[in-house]
Design a protein around this ligand. Structure first.
Ligand SMILES: Cc1ncc(COP(=O)(O)O)c(C=O)c1O
Length: 400
């Protein structure tokens, strides 16, 4: 089957995501220095939060990350198929049926149940070629999503150590409110985690790598850094907190761009798009942009005051975002032509629109915005000279 290069796909439909791998590498390196001597585990699940898992993983490793983490076994397999041989942690216990693949592809499973332990042991015995399978045990210290209860974690870890096919390589937990910088619940969770680790110690069981911190904890709760931190959103240069908590020197790495496909001047009084919810108060230049909610632009972005950048200026998204296209009110005297670049997320001239801005307008978090950017959009990786860049980019596609 023929697979089309993203740069050619971009010529077919001028809307694309641009990922700055230098920014990812910089962010990884910054997080490494911050967490040092703790290791950095780069969280690249959900296709690297919409940025492209393999490319981001390579950039993060180049920036100093030692581990990668994903949610799904198939996400780990994808990294292996793409030639990545760094350690890959599966953040939740894999389905029993997937355990053979976990061993076959050299992934590191998380374990928090006797069933999971048995499945991992059987798979390791069957496929492991005599070696032990390293596992991480996850403790539920208060997020209550997955993990062994604090009182059972030591028994589980001891059972791992006693199993001839398994080895205890890590103990970890996940924090529920690390983004609320002064919430004491984080310390409570870390106290419980310390107690679980101490219990193992008393039993003479070595826990391996200890880790608890996501991006927010890594940035704002130094106590959570232990021997490894697991950073996702900060790696991409986005703020883990919806508040204005200070973000250190991190660079946003993703921009969302498109080219104007159609321009018209409409008179005052006209209303636009489905539902006719946007009424022009004055004559205005209206640009059509070939990107819509099927690409991950929230349908409600226009209704909640969303803006995009055209010619270095902020312009309102006019009316309902449709499946494949949206309209932009460029104002009465704008000089806009078919083929002009529109920046939906990112910088143009002095102006900047962040994924965080979209998130606060539509009432979500930046994570959901970037993860929702669909596979229909080509991803272009910069810089072109980077060994990580699978496809070159030369400044945007031709006008169709
Ligand atoms: C278990 C676990 N660790 C780490 C992370 C990374 O979180 P963040 O993107 O906030 O750094 C996630 C993300 O949801 C997670 O589920």
């Amino acid at each position: 089957m023929k697979v089309m290069d993203p740069c050619r796909r971009r010529d077919l439909r001028p809307a694309w995501i641009q990922v700055d791998l230098d920014a990812v590498r910089h962010n990884a390196s910054h997080l490494c220095s911050l967490a040092n001597p703790a290791l950095l585990c780069a969280v690249v699940k959900a296709d690297g939060y919409g940025h492209g898992a393999t490319q981001v993983a390579r950039a993060a490793l180049a920036g100093g990350a030692s581990w990668l983490a994903v949610a799904l076994v198939e996400e780990g397999i994808r990294l292996r198929d793409d030639g990545i041989d760094a350690p890959v942690l599966l953040l939740s216990e894999p389905p029993e049926e997937a355990m053979n693949a976990v061993v076959e592809y050299g992934l590191t499973p998380t374990i928090y149940s006797a069933r999971g332990l048995r499945a991992a042991s059987l798979a390791a015995a069957r496929n492991g070629g005599g070696g032990e399978l390293g596992v991480h045990v996850k403790v539920d210290t208060g997020m209550h999503r997955v993990g062994a209860p604090v009182g059972e974690a030591s028994d589980l870890a001891s059972a791992v150590v006693a199993d001839p096919h398994l080895a205890m390589h890590g103990l970890f937990t996940h924090l529920a409110v690390a983004d609320r910088v002064s919430d004491p619940y984080t310390d409570l969770q870390l106290d419980r985690f310390d107690a679980a680790a101490e219990d193992l110690h008393t039993r003479g069981v070595r826990p391996g790598i200890l880790h608890a911190g996501n991006s927010a904890a890594t940035l704002w709760h130094p106590r959570s850094r232990y021997s490894m931190v697991r950073c996702g959103i900060a790696l991409y240069g986005l703020n883990p907190a919806s508040t204005d908590a200070a973000l250190p020197d991190l660079r946003p790495s993703l921009s969302l761009r498109a080219r104007v496909s159609y321009v018209k001047i409409l008179p005052a009084g006209e209303s636009l798009s489905y539902g006719l919810r946007y009424r022009l108060e004055r004559d205005s230049v209206i640009a059509t942009v070939p990107i819509g909610y099927a690409d991950g632009v929230p349908r409600a972005l226009g209704a909640c005051g969303g803006e995009v950048l055209v010619g270095g200026r902020r312009c309102r998204v006019a009316g309902t975002v449709t499946m494949d296209q949206l309209l932009v009110d460029c104002g009465p005297d704008a000089s806009v032509s078919r083929g002009d670049e529109v920046v939906l997320i990112g910088a143009q001239g002095e102006e900047y629109v962040g994924a965080e801005e979209w998130a606060s307008r539509v009432g979500t978090i930046s994570y959901e915005i970037v993860c929702a950017l669909s596979g229909r959009l080509p991803r272009i990786y910069l810089p072109t000279s980077d060994a990580n860049a699978e496809h070159s980019a030369t400044g945007g596609p031709a006008v169709p």
